[in-house]
Write a protein that binds this ligand. Structure first.
Ligand SMILES: NC(=O)c1ccc[n+]([C@@H]2O[C@H](COP(=O)([O-])OP(=O)(O)OC[C@H]3O[C@@H](n4cnc5c(N)ncnc54)[C@H](O)[C@@H]3O)[C@@H](O)[C@H]2O)c1
Length: 248
């Protein structure tokens, strides 16, 4: 028996990066994991590797989530995207889509999962926020707005879920070594008007006391601890893993 044996978990965006690392770690600790992702092939690859299930879903289609019922003991709201532009040129449809994926979909998935969690007097909602849920950076208006909103959603879930044995927390990483980060290097260079090879040192790690990227497995270890019995009294919290960025 391992500490999450008998538990079911759903990880959104579980086909890549932090989500894939969380899916693997939760499975390693005994949970039966569903990997939910718009990338069906990659979701199935991760699910097959860990003896879990794949759920091919486009979480931008939020109306399809309104009548959903989820039988998950552990819900990891992780799917997210980044888009870099100054406010005055930020495309309104991109802003709306990021709110849908990173705020509305997590709300609807929590809403779909709570009846099962309440019925079993156990639940763990873990929201992958960001240091950008607590701090702002220029040129990331939709991302920073969405992650700040996710912090509020997580805290309300903690207050309502507490009497039913459900905890809800945010995890707030700095820059993690995933495709989401590597894909933004060219855009960061363009908006800050610096060469691409200076982006990691000059922009991404500028505020960090520890000058390296976070590894996805490090985030997954924190997520799995939040899912574990030891974290039963941890709720409504936001755990930074940012190499000291937010210590300033
Ligand atoms: N990488 C970082 O530096 C970093 C830092 C802090 C927080 N985060 C957060 O961690 C989460 C995961 O990021 P990552 O870096 O692992 O990114 P990633 O790009 O490696 O993975 C994101 C996953 O989400 C999936 N996804 C995207 N749109 C989707 C949709 N419409 N429906 C379903 N799935 C969809 C993608 O297919 C992909 O598998 C995000 O919420 C991100 O904001 C990342």
């Amino acid at each position: 028996m391992t500490e999450l044996s008998g538990r079911t978990a759903l990880v959104t965006g579980g086909a890549s990066g932090i989500g894939a690392a969380c899916a693997r770690e939760l499975a390693a600790r005994g949970a039966t994991v569903t990997v939910a992702d718009v990338d069906e092939v990659a979701a199935k690859t991760v699910a097959d590797d860990i003896g879990g299930k794949a759920w091919a879903v486009d979480l931008l289609d939020v109306s399809a989530l309104e009548d959903l019922t989820l039988e998950a003991d552990i819900l990891v709201n992780n799917a997210g995207v980044q888009s870099i532009n100054a406010i005055e040129t930020f495309p309104p449809e991109k802003f709306r889509a990021m709110m849908a994926l990173m705020v509305e979909a997590p709300f609807l998935l929590i809403r779909a999962a709570l009846p099962h969690m309440y019925a079993h007097a156990f639940g763990r909602v873990i929201n992958i926020s960001s240091v950008h849920g607590l701090r702002a950076s220029e040129f990331k208006v939709a991302y920073v707005t969405a992650k700040h909103a996710l912090e509020g959603l997580s805290k309300v879930t903690a207050l309502e879920g507490g009497p039913h044995g459900v905890t809800s927390n945010c995890v707030n990483p700095g820059y993690v070594r995933t495709p989401l980060v590597t894909k933004q290097i060219a855009d960061q260079a363009r908006t800050h008007n610096i060469p691409e090879d200076e982006v990691v040192g000059e922009i991404l790690l500028k505020e960090s006391a520890i000058k390296r990227l976070v590894e996805p497995e490090e985030v997954a270890a924190l997520v799995s601890w939040l899912a574990s019995p030891s974290a039963g009294m941890v709720t409504g919290a936001s755990y930074t893993m940012d190499g000291g960025w937010s210590a300033r």
